[in-house]
Design a protein around this ligand. Structure first.
Ligand code: CA2
Length: 146
């Protein structure tokens, strides 16, 4: 089984600012920990991060048509709250997807509470730091195997 782990804008800057919200976590650390988790689960991960909405749409399409992925684990970051294009791409490829967030978006500013992406995902996990990705991955893999 192969899963695309997709991170959106500014996630590449994690660990440099706002540690009270995002901890000291870096993208490299998140990917290392997920890689370890995936090896234990005997699944394969493909990692992609972009600050550009269209590149994220392209990655979702490639997950289905080039990379032969079985599912998508996505932290759309700020695009969570704005992107019809990312939502439509997930719908269009019909791959199971799980939305994850490091912070609990439901206890932050009003504008972060709405997700354009959640309605086209199996589920959403928010607020557990790097564990949001691990929990999301487990949920996604269990869903695919069911
Ligand atoms: O909590 C999450 O995982 C978010 O997806 C993170 C996004 C935010 O826009 C979402 O509402 C929730 C922000 C990602 C990175 O933001 C940084 C901010 C300061 C320094 C470095 C990264």
């Amino acid at each position: 089984m192969r899963i695309l782990v997709l991170n959106g804008p500014n996630i590449n800057l994690l660990g440099t600012r706002e540690p009270e919200i995002y901890g000291t976590l870096t993208l490299e650390k998140i990917e290392q920990e997920l890689q370890q988790t995936a090896e234990n689960m005997k699944i394969e991960l493909r990692f992609f991060q972009s600050n550009i909405e269209g590149e994220i749409v392209d990655a979702i399409q490639k997950a289905k048509y080039e990379w032969d992925c079985d599912g998508i684990l996505i932290n759309p970051a700020a695009y969570t709250h704005t992107s019809v294009a990312i939502r439509d791409a997930i719908s269009a490829v019909s791959l199971p997807a799980v939305e994850v967030h490091i912070s609990n978006i439901h206890k932050r500013e009003e504008f972060r509470k709405y997700s354009y992406i959640a309605p086209v995902c199996i589920g959403q996990i928010a607020g557990f730091g790097v564990d949001s990705y691990k929990l999301g991955l487990k949920g996604l893999v269990d869903f695919i195997n069911a």
